[in-house]
Design a protein around this ligand. Structure first.
Ligand code: XMP
Length: 317
């Protein structure tokens, strides 16, 4: 029987003993796990925890600034690093999904390495690894690990030579959320949908351009805000939009249009290994489709993805 309060007390004592007066660096992603890990370590070692939050230019609309403000409001010692251009440069011209993941993984390691070298005498790397991540990396790899390379799990490059500390490695996701609630973390942050490390790059099929990122950020924001205002967000495990590499013909007033198609995806799942598409209400789909086409310049058609995993995956790339 898991009791979050007891866990918090024990792990703080353990971290204090283990880390002493050393400095620790931690990469925040905006997600639940890294945030809970940071708040726990902040309680244990305070300003010796150096958090780095990287903007890869592929986050949701306004996400970088909003989440950074939230982190600062939580009293974390956090540095926001806007490396968007570095990621766009690394991605330029790449269309293959695995090459996109590799380019992003490498750019992230470079940025993170640069930043951690600025912290004098840092000894530890903290990670928000949770129990399912541990299992997936030591036992038979799950489908998503072997079919798609996940770049934020596991590997630390040798040259970083840091000792690893993982305060959540014995916890399941729901336990992490309960620990987060005990620590007073904003319920909205704790209830966030999962979001892939490579961000919107794997939801823009084909090559990545600034204009495509802008379009997809707008579409995604209309969809996610819509789910929230209709009270559907918490009923869905994960949702997002995909920008397809095709144009379709439409009509606006008396004019012919020839613009982009976007797909909406919303799934139910418990662990992401299998998933079913959510039967979103037709009225909601109608409203959100109209809103997207009216508000987002460059899109004239919206489709809804009704594939389950397997045989489809949650992300399109
Ligand atoms: P798939 O597309 O494999 O996704 O069905 C399963 C879950 O994993 C997320 N995902 C990723 N997460 N790095 C991540 O951190 C990745 O490279 C990655 N690829 C997929 C996906 O959003 C879903 O929650």
């Amino acid at each position: 029987n898991f009791t979050p309060n007891a866990f918090v007390e024990e792990i703080i004592t353990e971290m204090k003993e283990k880390i002493g007066n050393d400095k620790v660096v931690l990469g925040l992603s905006g997600g639940v796990d890294s945030t809970v890990a940071a708040v726990l370590l902040n309680k244990a070692i305070g300003k010796n925890l150096y958090c780095i939050f990287v903007n890869n230019g592929l986050l949701r609309k306004n996400e970088f600034q909003n989440v950074l403000n939230q982190y600062e409001g939580m009293g974390l010692n956090v540095k926001g690093v806007d490396a968007s251009q570095r990621f766009y440069d690394a991605l330029a011209g790449i269309t293959d999904p695995e090459l996109k993941r590799k380019a992003i993984g490498n750019a992230f390691i470079e940025v993170f390495d640069d930043e951690s070298h600025r912290i004098e005498d840092v000894k530890w790397l903290a990670q928000g690894t949770i129990y399912p991540d541990v299992i997936e990396s030591v036992s038979v790899k799950g489908p998503s690990a072997t079919i798609k390379s996940h770049h934020n799990v596991g590997g630390l490059p040798d040259f970083m030579k840091l000792k690893i500390v993982e305060p959540l490695r014995m916890l399941f996701k729901d336990e992490v959320r309960r620990v987060g609630a005990t620590l007073g973390i904003d319920p909205e942050l704790l209830g966030r949908h999962p979001f892939p490390g490579p961000g919107l790059s794997i939801r823009i099929l084909g090559d990545i351009t600034l204009e495509k990122v802008r379009i997809l950020q707008e579409v995604d924001a209309v969809f996610i805000d819509g789910l929230k205002s209709w009270g559907l967000y918490d009923k869905v495990w994960q949702a997002g939009a995909i920008l397809l590499p095709v144009n379709s013909v439409g009509v606006m007033g008396d004019e012919r249009t020839y613009e982009k198609v976007v797909a909406l995806r919303a799934v139910e799942s418990t662990d992401g290994m299998t998933a079913d598409w959510v039967r979103l209400p037709y009225d909601f789909l109608m409203k959100v489709s109209n809103d997207i086409i009216n508000k987002v310049k460059g899109v004239n058609r919206v489709v809804y993805d009704i594939s389950s995993k397997p045989p489809a995956t949650i992300e399109w790339e």
